[in-house]
Design a protein. Structure first.
Length: 65
């Protein structure tokens, strides 16, 4: 409950532990840095689009084997 009880003015970013948490933590930090770095923002947007395209492709394969 520690993160639920944080007072206003103390923002908390919680990530899972392990590989997934490390990956998400890095992406979270990159998103913050991208606020002042248009090139990084573009790279992150391209990565998100590639993720979405991959999910759509895997979904098609599951639905139409």
């Amino acid at each position: 409950y520690a993160t639920v009880q944080m007072p206003g003015g103390v923002p908390v970013a919680c990530m899972a532990i392990g590989k997934a948490g490390a990956h998400n933590g890095a992406l979270f930090a990159a998103e913050i840095l991208a606020l002042s770095d248009p090139a990084l923002a573009a790279r992150l947007a391209a990565d998100r689009q590639a993720q979405a395209t991959g999910v759509e492709e895997r979904d098609r394969r599951v639905r139409n084997p």
